[in-house]
Design a protein around this ligand. Structure first.
Ligand code: PLP
Length: 378
């Protein structure tokens, strides 16, 4: 059997005709930059997320960068974030001249440890320069939004929710992106709402911030050729927006399928008595986890050996992430060292992402879990 980590071709078959017809319409109209599809996707996603404003940009990395910029965060300021995430979560801080303060994660779900965040907010020697927190809803698991709301109110920091992996997720009665002064998502093809290329979006309830981001994405211009400030070229592509509009109609169904797949994995690990070897992210029925990734943690055995074994069996896996951001060469100047974030460092060696996408078949999942069993019982 051949099972990729992610397969976008299966989904394409279901929406192919609609995509081709829509693209044909765009090409015939000649409106290919910031046309009606970007506008209506923004409206639909602001409704879907329950935020007032949504601004389409070129990718999730830019969405983060422009969010930090819109808050006027600059040289010498600090932003608290996690070292266990995709690079862009931290590079958006340094690209704006500010410094990240990393905080270790919690086991099992790998989100930032909010007790540690609060310690830093209280005790950091330059705490007045801590302007924001960028929490990541990693793998699709929502971080505690009530606690973030409390940090905002008590410590006067901005929150930028990095929801690149979590569109559609919730925390109790709060929707993702409801606490962030700005929140972002990514439409990278593998994401739960993924395009056929790059794309991203910024969400906010603040009109001024929305206008600022809208301006920054078109060279800081409030009117064509009239530049209030130096901005960037970071527009969501019209073609991507049109495709995303088609996929958005299915997003809730895609998420339901991911949750079911995760539930199946959980049950299969029990059925094949693998709980003593691996740990897995338990399923929540309330969409507090939308399973962008299904990541297991090895309690025994060697992660890289298991990965190789599964590759030989035709099973695609991935490592998110093989190195903490505090240990990246480009961030050496921040002064962090090995051992600073033990849970992150352990996770970089013990976690493995298994195939998950809405069209994955149950038989394929059974084959994957049986194969993991073979590795342990050989
Ligand atoms: C947590 C996180 N933040 C930011 C990004 C950046 O998104 P993009 O790849 O669209 O630039 C990603 C996507 O890879 C991500 O996973």
């Amino acid at each position: 059997m051949k099972i990729p980590l992610f397969d976008m071709t299966r989904q394409y078959n279901a929406i192919r005709e609609e995509v081709i017809k829509t693209l044909d319409g765009i090409f015939k109209s000649g409106k290919v930059i910031l046309g009606p599809n970007v506008k209506s996707l923004e409206e639909e996603l602001s409704e879907y997320t329950g935020t007032k404003y949504a601004i389409g940009v070129a990718n999730g990395s830019d969405a983060l960068f422009l969010s930090v910029k819109a808050l006027n965060i600059k040289n010498g300021d600090y932003i608290i974030t996690t070292p266990y995430t995709f690079f862009a979560t931290a590079s958006c801080i340094t690209r704006n001249g500010a410094n990240p303060i990393f905080v270790d994660i919690e086991e099992k779900y790998y989100n930032m440890n909010l007790d540690d965040v609060e310690k830093i907010l209280k005790t950091h020697p330059e705490k007045d320069k801590i302007k924001a927190i960028i929490p990541v809803h990693l793998f699709g698991k929502t971080i505690d939004l009530d606690r973030l709301q409390y940090f905002k109110e008590k410590y006067g920091v901005y929150i930028i929710e990095d929801g690149a992996q979590s569109i559609g997720s919730k925390w109790n009665d709060k929707k993702g992106f409801s606490v962030g002064d700005l929140s972002i998502t990514s439409f990278f093809p593998t994401k739960n709402l993924g395009g056929y290329g790059d794309g991203g979006m910024v969400f906010t309830n603040d009109e001024e911030l929305a206008n600022r981001v809208r301006k920054l994405r078109i060279h800081g211009a409030s009117k064509k050729y009239y530049h209030d400030e130096v901005g960037f070229n970071s527009r969501l592509d019209e073609v991507q927006a049109a495709i995303l509009k088609i996929k958005l109609k299915h997003l809730d169904e895609f998420i339901e399928k991911r949750i079911n797949i995760a539930k199946n994995y959980d049950n299969l690990f029990k059925k094949y008595s693998l709980i003593e070897f691996i740990d897995y992210p338990e399923v929540f029925e309330d969409k507090s986890h939308v399973y962008h990734q299904y990541v297991i943690t090895l309690k025994k055995g060697n992660r890289d050996e298991l990965r190789k074994f599964l590759t030989e069996k035709g099973i695609g896996t991935s490592i998110y992430y093989p190195k903490g951001l505090h240990q990246q060469k480009c961030f050496e100047y921040l002064g962090y060292k090995k051992g600073d974030f033990p849970i992150t460092e352990k996770a970089t060696k013990t976690t493995l992402a298994l195939p998950i996408f809405p069209e994955l078949h149950f038989e394929e999942q059974e084959y994957i879990v049986k194969s993991i069993g073979e590795y342990y019982k050989k």
